[in-house]
Each structure stands twice: as C-alpha cells, then as structure tokens.
Design a protein around this ligand. Structure first.
Ligand SMILES: *Cc1c(COP(=O)(O)O)cnc(C)c1O
Length: 449
C-alpha cells in the first residue's frame, strides 16, 4: 500500500524537481522513440524495470555502449553502473570479447548440436564454482531457475520449496511470491495469472532470520531452501556468513537441498561466486548474467549425483533449442578468461567500496539518512538508517527521494538502476577518475534533494 502511494506521487515530484534542476541533458529522441515503443510493446519495453516507472520520467533509449560508458540516442554520455544488469563485468563491448565472438560467428550462429565450446565453458564453471561438478546451460537466469526447481523436487521427491521475501529467481510461476525488484518496483505483491496451485508449495522466509527458516522446514516435505547468497533484488543486502552457514546446516538437518541463486552474484562478488566469498557451499547453484558475457546464457549445476537426474542422463526433463549457443559460449569463455586474472575482484571490490562509502558519506553530510554496502563488484545504498538486513527493512527507504536522486544523476551523466530495489554494478572498466567524477556529481545532487 505504502509502495503504491509512493508510485502515484513519484512522477509529480520528479517533474517538479526537473523544472528547477540545472538540466544539462535533453532527451528529445529518447522521448520520441519511447512514445512510439509504448504503442508497439507493453509499457514500451521488453522487461518492466527498464520503463523507469518507479523513479518517474521516461527512460533513455540507448544507442551504444563501451567500457564504463553508455550513450543514448540523443548522444548524451553516461557513466553506467547498471552494466546491462550485471553481465558487463569487464566493461561494455570489451575488445577481446567482441573479437572472439566475431571469430566464432564466422562458423555460424547456432548449431543445435554439441559443440566444443560448451565443454570449455563447462570446465571453467566447474573449476571456478565450489558446488558445481556438472552443469546444464540454458538461455537465461529464469530458465536456469525453472530447471533448478524441477531438479530439486525430482531429486528429493518433495514438493515444497522455501524462498525469501524480496529474493528474485526469475519470472517462473512458482517463484512469483514476494519476489523483490521488478515485482516490488511495480508494487505488485505477486502477479495475476499465476495459478494458486503454482505457488502453494512455495514458502516464504525472512532473509537473515534463521528461526523463520527452521519453522518452515519443520512443516516437512521441503525439497530445497533457495536464496540469493548476496541479495541484489531488494536493493543490495549483504548477509552474514552465520546466516548462510545456518541455512546450510538447517537444510542438511531437514534433508532439504540448499540452492544458491548466483545468477547475479556468480563470478561477480568473487570468481567462485558468493559461495567462495563466504566459504559456504550449497548443493545446487544457478548462474547467468556474467557467464554469458553479454549474450543470453543461464546455467544450473551442482553435485554430480543431483545433476545426473537431468535428461538425458536421468528422467528430469529440461531442454532448449538455442541452449549452449556457440556465440554465447564464446562470449562467456572470453569474459571468464579475463576475469580470472589475479586481482580483478580485489579491484572491483575496492572500487565498489570507494563509490558506495563516498555516496553514503556525502548523503549524510547533506543531512540524509543513508546506509550502504558492497561485495566484490556489487554495491548499493538506501535512503534510510541502517542496517538493512531484509526486504522489510529495504521497504522503509525513501522511494520518493530515490526517484529525485535517480533523475538528477541521470541528467548529469550517471546511469543508475531505476529502482530502490536494484543493486549497482561495478565493472573493471570503471576508473578512479570515473568514480571521483561520480562522487562529485553525487555531492552536487545530494545537496539539492
Ligand atoms: C537476473 C536474475 C534472475 C533472472 O535472470 P534472467 O536472465 O533475467 O531471466 C534470477 N535470479 C537472480 C538472482 C537474478 O538476479
């Protein structure tokens, strides 16, 4: 309710603000294209959060991207902290990735048959991610999560799954309960069109609260405990190691599998994901975003005995015409090769820390309540007093202020995720200079909010 009200008020406040702000950018072409897009596609977009609904104003329409930068169709330049929602961890349009994909493309764009690049990427994923002994590639994170939930049910012979309020696992029916970011941004508790039967086996626990997990596990018949091991879809929330270890221990105690949805955190918070970063190993892991290097890829993997349930090794069916696509495999391989170099994640984390600590300090100096955090190449902050440890805490953040902040940063050349409930993404292409420039702009903006 509170959220819906904020949504209604936002466009007004954002407009009022723009009128008085020193506007340096104009968006004529973006506005014309988006206006047409709204007639052609629902809400003018191919994925909801892109429409900027919760921050007010129109989205900018992109023309091209390179490194830490994006340019819109009006030729405005942005320092980009969305990085196509995570995949662009090397920076956009990395020269080596582009060259590799171009080379692979000469052999064709899709085989629908085994190709050696799948083995190569599979080996890299298995080497990197502690829980993964075998892997299945898909075309998106959503698909990976759909395969994963069927797998945990098939393996355990149990139906119920436990997820957490504010965690997002793609848009499959069974996960659209308290699903964070995209859904929360629109103020929808869940989505119409999802049959009750699809979600009645989905139980919701509170992030950071082990008692809430055990209470649900005690009800019996739980196939898996599924979580974002660092949350990026309630805004950025960093868990304690004790919470992750507690989920591990409780899952084992009640015969449930532990699943880390590392679609966002995989290869981003560290090369081996959040499971390596925190030293807690799940049974099954989902991946996406970074492993496709900017092309559509997802994957799920885990212990060999579990993965051998998947067809055609086992009876659990899951398939995909374009899965294991050679271009996507090559983009992933090239991305991981560069990301694996020593020191890359230290650099990402140092830059995330510098940026978020700078923003929070500047916000407080300007008299705003603010709290933030980071892990590897992921970061985020909220306009409220901390700590924020679960979705309910995140909901207390000032969404109207966030909307004004977002618009003002955009108009000064900083592209941030257009929702309170999204994380920020650092790339290896972001320089100290980019971060200092961002902080200078942030200070200017925070003084006017
Ligand atoms: C992005 C995301 C997904 C969904 O991946 P898509 O490629 O958008 O389908 C699933 N889980 C998490 C944690 C994500 O961040």
């Amino acid at each position: 309710m509170k959220l819906n009200l904020a949504l209604l008020l936002l466009p007004l406040t954002a407009t009022a603000f723009s009128a008085t702000a020193p506007k340096t950018y104009t968006f004529d072409k973006s506005e014309a294209i988006f206006k047409e897009a709204k007639e052609l596609m629902p809400g003018g977009v191919s994925s909801p959060v892109r429409a900027f609904k919760s921050v007010g104003g129109n989205p900018v329409v992109f023309d091209r991207v390179k490194g830490a930068y994006a340019w819109d169709v009006d030729n405005n330049e942005y320092i980009d902290y969305v990085g196509t929602w995570g995949p662009a961890i090397l920076g956009h349009a990395d020269d080596d990735v582009l060259a590799a994909v171009t080379e692979t493309m000469q052999k064709g764009t899709s085989f629908g048959a085994p190709c050696p690049l799948e083995n190569e990427l599979a080996k890299m994923v298995i080497d990197a991610v502690p829980s993964v002994e075998m892997v299945r590639f898909t075309n998106s994170g959503t698909e990976a999560c759909m395969g994963m939930i069927r797998l945990v049910r098939a393996f355990t012979g149990r139906e119920k799954v436990i997820k957490f309020e504010g965690c997002y696992h793609g848009h499959a029916d069974s996960f659209l309960v308290q699903a964070g970011s995209g859904v929360a941004t629109l103020g929808l508790p869940d989505s119409p069109g999802v049959p009750k039967a699809a979600t009645q086996s989905t139980l919701c626990a509170k992030y950071g609260d082990l008692d809430s997990v055990e209470e649900l596990l005690k009800t019996g018949d739980v196939a898996a405990v599924i979580l974002e091991p660092v949350v990026g879809n309630s805004g950025f929330i960093r868990p304690t190691k004790e919470f992750l270890q507690g989920c591990r221990d409780l899952s084992t105690k009640y015969g449930a599998l532990l699943v880390f949805d590392e679609v966002m955190t995989g290869f981003r918070v560290s090369y081996g994901g959040a499971q390596q970063y925190f030293g807690v190993t799940p049974d099954v892991t989902t991946m996406g975003k970074v492993i496709g290097g900017g092309l559509p890829v997802g994957a799920y993997g885990g212990r060999r005995d579990i993965m051998e349930m998947v067809a055609p090794a086992g009876p659990m069916y899951q398939a995909g015409t374009l899965s294991g696509n050679p271009l996507a495999m090559r983009a992933g391989i090239e991305t991981l090769k560069k990301l694996k170099q020593p020191g890359q994640h230290d650099k990402l984390e140092a830059n995330s820390k510098k940026l978020v600590e700078g923003i929070v300090a500047a916000a407080k100096e300007a008299g705003h309540a603010a709290t933030g955090g980071y892990a590897g190449g992921m970061w985020g902050f909220f306009f409220c007093d901390g700590p924020v440890t679960c979705f309910a805490d995140a909901e207390k953040a000032d969404a109207a202020k966030f909307g004004r902040w977002h618009r003002a940063m955009l108009e000064r050349g900083v592209y941030l995720a257009p929702s309170v409930f999204e994380a920020g993404f650092m790339s290896l292409a972001h320089t100290d200079e980019d971060i200092e420039k961002t902080l200078a702009i942030a200070k200017e903006v925070l003084a006017t909010l």
